[in-house]
Design a binder for this molecule. Structure first.
Ligand code: ADP
Ligand code: MG
Length: 267
């Protein structure tokens, strides 16, 4: 059986700046993988470039269940089964969650009847029933928005789900809930790539594999223990173990007060 997602030698640049550089990752069906990396390592760029967002120069290989993603237009990529959760879910006043998801499901080839059955089932599973007839994301807490997103994915049933910083800005209870929702997405016909900066959510979702991304590529992959190593030693610890150069730390700008002393000059 082919992988849900197979990425090989993948590059993405924006405004002539190389951001993703020779990225490799195999995501088998039925697995949840974590992609972890410091800010600026190219995680979101990878998602945007895979989803086909405009403005990126892309090369290399990205194959979804045997289909070459890069040959497809954006809407075709989504229909083929690649769905990206957003780092900052949008609020759409006036459109109810139910209508929104139903329309998306129909555009993904489901019949309206099929869509409405899946909506009821998924709303039940992800505790979203009371939100169905409310405006999309309007007045939802951060955690509820993320749960809503996972609910939408459960209705659409993509083959590959990219969750970019699904844990960002959430308190610990919301993280726990979102983690439970991610666990509930596990299924033999889906691959989930959970992208995160912090290892916190990985206390509640146990990924099958953890990949560490630094400077645009995967520098190390392993089991959940890799997240534990990160929790203890941070990305600098991983860099040191792998013999990678330390993150470039620019000297902080000097403040005017650096040039003066508090004490009056001694005579
Ligand atoms: P991450 O999601 O891992 O924090 P990003 O993919 O958002 O990282 O960004 C990676 C690097 O690429 C950052 O240095 C960012 O400033 C830069 N970058 C992102 N998008 C663009 C763009 N459209 N044009 C130029 N540089 C960009
Ligand atoms: Mg990001």
């Amino acid at each position: 059986m082919s992988s849900a997602l197979s990425i090989r030698g993948f590059n993405a640049a924006a405004s002539d700046k190389a951001i993703v550089k020779g990225f490799n990752l195999e995501l088998p069906f039925g697995e949840v993988h974590a992609l972890m990396g410091p800010n600026g390592s190219g995680k979101s760029t990878l998602c945007h470039a895979l989803s086909g967002r405009e403005g990126y120069q892309v090369s290399g290989e990205a194959v979804l269940d045997g289909t070459d993603l890069l040959a497809l237009a954006v809407d075709e990529r989504a229909r083929t089964g690649l769905l990206q959760g957003f780092q900052y879910p949008v609020e759409v006043p006036g459109v109810h969650l139910r209508e929104f998801v139903e329309e998306a499901a129909v555009s993904h080839g489901q019949s309206p009847e099929e869509a409405s059955v899946r909506i009821e089932e998924a709303a039940d599973a992800f505790d979203m029933t009371r939100f169905l007839d409310r405006a999309l994301n309007d007045d939802l807490s951060g955690g509820e928005k993320k749960r809503s997103e996972i609910f939408q994915m459960a209705v659409l049933r993509p083959k590959v789900t990219l969750l970019d910083e699904i844990d960002s800005g959430l308190d610990i209870d919301a993280i726990r809930q979102v983690a439970a929702a991610v666990e509930a997405m596990r299924s033999p016909d889906v691959g989930v790539l959970m992208i995160t900066h912090y290892s916190r959510i990985l206390r509640f979702v146990i990924p099958d594999r953890v990949h560490v991304m630094i400077d645009g590529r995967v520098v190390d992959s392993g089991g959940p223990e890799l997240a534990d190593e990160l929790e203890v030693g941070g990305y600098e610890g991983i860099r040191a173990r792998l013999g990678l150069a330390a993150a470039s730390t620019e000297a902080p700008p000097r403040k005017a007060s650096d040039f003066f002393t508090d004490l009056p000059f001694e005579r």
